[in-house]
Ligand binder design. Structure first.
Ligand SMILES: NC(=O)c1ccc[n+]([C@@H]2O[C@H](COP(=O)([O-])OP(=O)(O)OC[C@H]3O[C@@H](n4cnc5c(N)ncnc54)[C@H](OP(=O)(O)O)[C@@H]3O)[C@@H](O)[C@H]2O)c1
Length: 342
């Protein structure tokens, strides 16, 4: 068994990573840290994690690989000693997602370890499987970014759309983390929907970086607007882009589009092309991303609906998927659970 440690188990992402690793056949979660809970049994902090039998520590014990679920900046700082020791490191924060310092700084401020940006790999296995498997430092992508990039990558790669896209995202409240905030109180959020981040959201540069790399021309223009929905987990992203005049999808454009998407993801066990617009419920607690690509023939536009669980495929599950690749394990190990229903 590979011994894995989680830095900062006390947030949603850390707790979800612990839940998923508990069911992993080839990895043992042996050590967890958490600032506010050091010294306490994990089962006291999170009763559902009691069966792991762990105590929250101040520092990780002896481990073979490290997962960090700290917020950005604190994460890179905490990971530096493990990176320097050459351990496989998976960072779920934004610290190593952006390759260029000039893309990181406007959104997050000074970077604690800019010299490592060039060697980190963006942890989206569907686009970077081989690089992840060769890397010791992988950055778990943002949850909105995962849903949007998976939705648009095949269309961009096949040159079907203009480099001008709209990403409209609806997210559950756990996307904001466990820290308290007025907008996330039940009485503020329940029975309402609100847009946020209209002047710019931190996951936009991830979309531009990754979709831009599939594009021969300059970076695509992307308008990204997230919305807060009163549900606990889940993201539903609807992407829109004008089809290029020379995009030849033939007489049955939707069928051809679906074929291209199925082919693009044929070796990706967690991306499924579905034949009905999916609901976030269909991915609750599991590592799937469901995509529904279609064509609005009247407007000449591509529409893709993408759903996932922000804490699983949008976070800790995708992290385990990357860790599997980094450790030479089957990509699906520990991730075979189906969605909860109803
Ligand atoms: N939520 C999602 O859907 C999601 C998806 C993908 C990626 N992520 C990323 O995962 C990371 C964790 O997100 P989260 O949703 O789990 O957040 P969270 O629930 O708010 O947890 C973050 C925890 O970090 C601790 N913390 C905060 N500042 C710290 C510092 N300077 N030093 C040490 N500990 C500190 C706090 O724990 P204590 O109470 O113990 O102090 C806090 O509870 C973030 O980088 C986020 O961007 C989140």
């Amino acid at each position: 068994m590979v011994r894995v440690g989680i830095i900062n188990v006390t947030g949603y992402m850390g707790a979800e990573a612990a839940r998923l690793l508990h069911g992993h056949p080839e990895v043992e979660l042996t050590s967890v840290t958490g600032r506010s809970a050091a010294g306490q049994p994990l089962g006291e902090v999170f009763p559902h994690l009691g069966p792991l039998g762990l105590t929250v520590e101040e520092e990780l014990g002896e481990v073979d690989a490290v997962v960090s679920a700290l917020p950005h900046s604190a994460s890179a700082q905490a990971l530096l000693p493990y990176i320097e020791r050459g351990l496989p490191v998976l960072d779920l924060s934004a610290d190593f997602r952006l390759r260029r310092l000039e893309d990181y700084e406007p959104w997050y401020g000074a970077h604690p370890a800019p010299h490592l940006l060039a060697e980190a790999v963006f942890g989206l296995p569907e686009l970077h499987r081989e690089e992840i498997a060769r890397s010791k430092l992988v950055a778990g992508p943002g949850c909105h970014a995962t849903a949007a990039i998976l939705a648009l990558a095949p269309a961009v790669r096949h040159g079907l759309i203009e480099p001008d896209m709209v990403v409209d995202s609806k997210t559950g409240i756990s996307g904001a983390g466990r820290s308290l905030g007025l907008s996330y109180h039940f009485s503020e959020a329940n029975e309402g929907v609100s847009a946020y981040g209209l002047s710019g959201h931190r996951q936009l540069p991830e979309m531009t970086q990754e979709l831009g790399a599939l594009w021969e021309a300059p970076a695509p223009r992307i308008t990204f607007v997230p919305h807060l929905i009163p549900m606990t987990r889940g993201i539903l992203v609807t992407c829109y882009a004008s089809l290029r005049q020379d995009a030849d999808l033939g007489k049955d454009a939707v069928a051809r589009l679906r074929e291209l998407y199925c082919d693009f993801y044929r070796d990706s066990p967690f991306v499924r092309i579905v034949d009905q617009p999916p609901s976030t419920k269909q991915t609750l607690g599991c590592n799937d991303c469901l995509l529904y690509p279609t064509v609005d023939g009247r407007a000449g536009r591509l529409i893709v609906v993408s759903v996932l669980d922000n804490l699983v495929k949008g976070g800790a599950g995708q992290g385990v998927q990357c860790l599997n690749l980094m450790l030479g394990l089957p990509e699906t190990a520990g991730l075979s659970g189906l969605a909860l229903y109803p």
